[in-house]
Design a protein around this ligand. Structure first.
Ligand code: SF4
Length: 480
């Protein structure tokens, strides 16, 4: 094991990242990306945006400038195309590739970037930097040795979450067609456009069935399995995809599972009966369970998610018998659930889970991330007076409650964690304070008419009474 200092000393330059040497990331439409964060380098989300990306930064380009899409372009052919070679050359020369701006901006702001933690992780895992960059030619060409794959096999998903869209979920397609033509607010209408209807998907050669169309993808992927160390499933909903199970079985048959970590972002609502039998063969499994609130509010946000089923599924995972599972929540912070964070955290602590965010994971509480998109549901959209209420509810109610009940956080007592260690964990109260600070950092409340139109339209379409489900948000009606 290298120390942190020894790992940092192995970075060949100050702009080096290991991922372009060992990682493949796909979008549900088959576009290849340098990594998921590289794709977000083109994200232009601010109080005015109606397009998520101002550029396709981070999407691998073919030599004719169009996106390299796995439906039409070979995986290994793209591995050493001009775009990828250019990124590697720039990194080895200490330059900052345009595709990676998001990481460098985060570092300038004093945060630890994906570039930094991923590179440390993979140097450690490979047993040294030489194993990652060996054989790199002067022009940036390197033999493919793919250790880490973020695989999104289309958009098949049974849910239509309120912050999602048909770009990422087939569950949205039918409702999108019914709702979108009737949206009135021009900004909202533009924000919620679908690439299949604007013609962008066809122009770029993308397809939500790219994995069924590609003649070479599966053979090329299988040839890389001996190098693979992490297989990440993050979209649509992998547990209802036949290909997910076929790939796991193939890895097991080839005797490679013990070297591979599986990772999921999943709604966890259904899976094949033998899932746990497959998982037990792997080195380990990390499962991020998508859950954003409790009871009817979660059902509205992650529609349709009947609450008793959600709880039943989490408990099945929480009782996983084979010992190689790390289970966390994936709580997406949006305008509709931040007010109810205290209720969610109390539920999590009082349910007595054994595995779900067991210390040190999420400080024994939860794991979360911010939804920047769509803008009408970004927490920054809330009016100032309501943001004050949100903060007060956390500071006056939730944090004191946690100070009193900290020993009940999952795994804290069992692992004999001291109060100071628990209190100082950056994933506990400080993380929640970070969410509040993000919310307060900008005022996007001019977009509240979009929030109101979106929430009431979606609720009406689903025969849900919005004001009854979110009684503390009934003031949204003023903006209709
Ligand atoms: S530097 Fe950042 S954006 Fe670029 S490949 Fe690495 S992790 Fe991805």
């Amino acid at each position: 094991m290298y120390t942190k200092k020894e790992l940092d000393e192995q970075f060949p330059t100050e702009t080096f990242c290991a991922l372009p040497w060992m990682h493949l990331s796909t979008r549900p439409n088959g576009h290849m990306r340098v990594c998921c964060t590289a794709n977000a380098s083109g994200v232009a989300v601010n109080a005015e945006s109606t397009n998520k990306t101002k550029s396709d930064a981070g999407i691998l380009k073919r030599d004719d400038g169009k996106p390299a899409n796995l439906a039409t372009t070979g995986l290994l052919e793209s591995w050493n195309n001009e775009y990828m070679k250019g990124v590697r050359r720039q990194m080895l020369a200490g330059e900052k590739p345009a595709s990676c701006i998001k990481c460098f901006k985060e570092e300038e702001a004093g945060h630890r970037s994906k570039r930094q933690w991923e590179t440390r992780k993979w140097i450690q895992d490979a047993g040294g930097i030489d194993e990652i960059i060996r054989g790199t030619q002067e022009d940036g060409t390197v033999d493919p040795r793919i250790r880490y794959i973020d695989l999104r096999l289309g958009s098949k998903c049974q849910l239509a979450c309120v912050m999602c869209s048909p770009h990422d979920s087939s569950g949205w397609v039918k409702e999108h067609k019914q709702i979108h033509p009737h949206l009135v607010n021009p900004k909202l209408k533009q924000t919620m456009q679908w690439e299949k209807e604007t013609g962008k998907l066809a122009w770029t050669g993308g397809s939500y069935n790219w994995h069924k169309k590609s003649p070479t993808f599966w053979d090329e992927l299988y040839s890389q399995l001996p190098h693979l160390r992490q297989l990440y499933w993050a979209g649509g909903e992998s547990l209802i995809m036949d290909e997910h199970y076929t790939l796991l079985e193939k890895i097991i048959e080839d005797g490679l599972a013990k070297d591979i970590e599986l990772r999921y972002n999943s709604n966890g609502l259904e899976w094949r009966e033998d899932l746990f039998d497959l998982w037990k063969e792997f080195r380990n499994v990390i499962f991020h369970f998508s859950i954003d609130d409790i009871e009817q509010r979660n059902h509205f946000i992650r529609y349709p998610s009947p609450w008793p089923e959600v709880v039943e599924q989490i408990k099945k995972l929480d009782n996983y018998p084979h010992g190689n599972l790390e289970l966390t929540t994936a709580w997406t912070c949006i305008a509709l659930n931040i007010y109810y964070l205290p209720e969610f955290i109390k539920w999590k602590v009082q349910e007595g889970f054994k595995l779900l965010n067991r210390w040190p994971s999420g400080a024994g509480l939860f794991s979360c991330h911010l939804a920047y998109w769509p803008p009408q549901l970004n927490v920054k959209v809330l009016p100032e007076w309501f943001k004050k209420d949100v903060r007060q509810k956390c500071e006056d109610e939730l944090f004191p409650w946690l100070e009193k009940n900290w020993k009940d956080c999952t795994g804290v007592t069992e692992r004999q964690v001291s109060y100071d260690t628990w209190r100082q964990s950056e994933y506990g109260i400080p993380r929640m304070q970070g969410l509040l600070n993000f919310m307060d950092a900008d005022d996007w409340s001019t977009r509240l008419p979009e929030t109101a139109e979106w929430c009431y339209t979606v609720a009406d379409k689903r025969f849900i009474d919005f004001n009854e489900t979110f009684p503390d948000y009934d003031w949204l009606e003023w903006y209709k």
